[in-house]
Structure formats: C-alpha cells, structure tokens
Design a protein around this ligand. Structure first.
Ligand code: ACO
Length: 325
C-alpha cells in the first residue's frame, strides 16, 4: 500500500514596490496612524502599480518559489490560484499565470474563498495530488485587493494591501518514510448565512460592476475569534496533537488583535507566531503564503517543524491546515 502525501518543497513571494503608510492615508481621509495601529497593528501596505495585475503578482511569487525549489515551470502539473481579485471575469487567473510561465500542459484553475482562499487552495491541491492528479502543484494566493476598496469608506480602506505568495507541493510516498512530513490535514468550513457582514456589492451577474468591499467589522471580529478557535481545535484533535506540539502559528494576517487572540488561546510564545500584518496589512488570500514564506526563507521554520495555518474571510469561509515541514 502506498500512502501518498504532499509536502511543501519551495515557497516564494512578491510585494509591489509602492508602499502606502498610515500617514499617507491620513493625508487623504479622516484617519490617523494612531487609530489604525491601535485597532489593527497595521503600519503600511503595498499597492500594485497601475499596470500590475493579480496574475503579474502571482507569476513573480511563482518564479520565486520555483527558484527556491530548484525547479523549472515545466515541472509543474497543477496551478491553483486563490484570489478574490482576478484579472478578468474569465478565464481563471491561474490559466493566465500558466500562459505567463509558458506552461502549455497540466491544468490550472482559481479558488475563491476570499481570506480563507489559501487554506482552501492548499486543501484542494493536496487532495488532487493524493488522488493522482499530478506530481507537483503550485498553490498561489494573489490579490490586488486595494482595487475593490471604497476609498471613501475609512472603516475598510485602511485595512488591506496587495501581494502574492506561493508554495510548491510535491506528492511523495510517505509509507515507511523516516519522518511524517507534509500536509497532515486540512479543515474547511463556510456559513453562507453570514453573507451580509462581509461582501462586495458588485459582480458580473449581480450589478455588472466590480463593486466595493462592505464589512460590519465588529461582527466579523467576533466570528473570526470563535470560528478560528474551533477549527484550530478540530485540526489538532484530528491528528492527536495538542497546542503544545505546534512550533509555528502562521495565521491569516487580518488584524493584530485577532492574531494575538489566537496565539494566546494556543498558549504560544509570541515569538512562535508569524506576523506580517504590520508591514503588509490584510492581503486576503496572499497573507498566509506571504507570512509562511518569510518565516521559511529567513530560517525560522525548519524541517521537522509543525506549522499551523488558519484563516477566515467573506462567505463566511474559514479553515485550517496542519503541515509538518
Ligand atoms: N480611522 C479613524 N476612525 C475610524 C476609522 C478609521 N480608519 N474607521 C472607523 N473609525 C471610527 C468609526 O467611525 C467609529 O467612530 P464613532 O465611534 O464616532 O462612530 C469608531 O472609529 C469605532 O468604529 P468601529 O467600527 O466600532 O471600530 P472597531 O473598534 O470595531 O474597529 C475594526 C474596527 C478594526 C475594523 C475591527 O472591527 C476589526 O478588526 N474587525 C475585524 C474585521 C477584519 O479584520 N476584516 C478583514 C476582512 S475579514 C478577515 O480577513 C478576517
């Protein structure tokens, strides 16, 4: 019997050059660095240039991940792009990424689960590799999220940024392998009845416009802490593990207060929680792979470490993944 498992063999990231600080925002709307930092922990965010599309950010992160893994684009069978801000209504941004990487084989598609998108994409790619749909997958979270912000709404405009992160998953036979490496389990949930607390008021079949983010922040905050706590417990229990086994928490980077609440709940030393929200703000589906890649590439996350990822966003959609590096 073979036990196919997928493991992360490379990761990459890309952040647009242009940085917008809280003070820059305060110069154009009624807000302040103090308010933003106190409520969210955000100091600045990256903003895509006018001629940069989500696929461009994704391709840059993908190339970085390929370099890190020592692979060529042609080694990839499957591309999953998690995004809320696709280049076009169709085709999938993933097939545009495929074209830009000059890959003419395999298959590519998008996953839409907003801020939970990377965990959803990881779960889908992991399942496909386990069931023989290829050997290697690029899983990318990429967003030009600032393009769907209402810059007149200070309650949401200050929270988000643009960026992309990517991982490469490779299937291997874990039967008899010396270490239990790879994606141990993924856990996905959604509750469509909570649509109204976080959505975009546009779309091709709704209004025919792209629309803007609408959010009831306090409601989202409450759901975030309770639902993420439950899914993290679920992930640990499914693997007979406890919070004490977790080496690194790589949470979705929405808000420092939500991140701290999760770290506290797991009784993790703050140095074991990867935080980028201060520099990146909330990059939706890109936030987890951006944070993960930073900690892998700077040597914090090492082979053998147990990494817990979790995220929640519009839908509501949320999930968690446990990965042994
Ligand atoms: N600058 C200054 N004042 C502001 C700003 C701003 N950018 N935005 C809102 N305010 C004001 C409000 O108008 C309000 O003023 P009032 O008391 O005179 O009416 C006051 O600040 C308090 O507003 P609240 O919305 O109640 O502020 P709250 O303390 O809830 O903080 C926040 C808002 C940061 C959005 C918080 O609710 C939150 O973190 N929610 C989680 C939402 C989130 O992270 N969403 C991201 C997408 S989903 C996800 O990724 C998990």
């Amino acid at each position: 019997m073979t036990l196919v498992r997928s493991k992360i063999i490379g990761c990459g990231s890309y952040l647009p050059e242009n940085i917008l600080t809280n003070d820059d925002l305060a110069a154009r709307m009624d807000t302040s660095d103090e308010w933003i930092q106190k409520r969210t922990g955000i100091r600045q965010r990256h903003i895509a240039a006018d001629d940069e599309k989500t696929s461009d950010l994704a391709v840059n992160a993908a190339r970085d991940a390929l370099d890190h893994a020592g692979l060529e684009a042609g080694d990839i069978d499957l591309i999953v792009v998690a995004t809320t801000t696709p280049d076009e209504t169709f085709p999938a941004t993933a097939t545009t990424v495929q074209r830009k990487l000059d890959i003419g084989a395999g298959f590519a598609f998008d996953v839409q689960a907003v801020c939970a998108g990377f965990v959803y994409g990881l779960a889908v790619a992991d399942s496909m590799l386990k069931t023989g749909h290829g050997k290697r997958a690029l899983v990318i979270g990429a967003e030009t999220f600032t393009r769907i912000l209402d810059w007149e709404d200070r309650g949401t405009a200050v929270l988000f940024g643009d960026g992309a992160g990517a991982v490469i998953l490779e299937a291997y036979d874990a039967e008899g392998a010396p270490e239990d490496r790879g994606v141990l389990s993924t856990h996905l949930h959604s509750d469509g009845t909570e649509h109204d607390i976080l959505y975009v008021d546009g779309g091709p079949s709704g209004t025919g416009t792209v629309g803007h983010v609408r959010m009831a922040g306090k409601e989202v905050y409450k759901h975030a802490v309770t639902k993420l706590s439950a899914v993290v417990d679920e992930a640990l229990a499914a693997n007979d593990l406890s919070a004490a086994d977790v080496d690194w928490l790589v949470p979705h980077q929405a808000n420092r207060r939500i991140i701290d609440a999760m770290g506290d709940r797991l009784k993790l030393d703050p140095s074991k929680v990867v935080v980028t929200v201060d520099r990146h703000a909330n990059t939706s589906a890109a936030s987890i792979p951006l944070a993960l890649c930073e900690a892998v590439r700077d040597g914090r996350i090492k082979q053998g470490d147990l990494v817990l990822m979790e995220g929640i966003g519009g839908g509501l959609a949320w999930g968690a993944a446990l990965v042994r590096f």
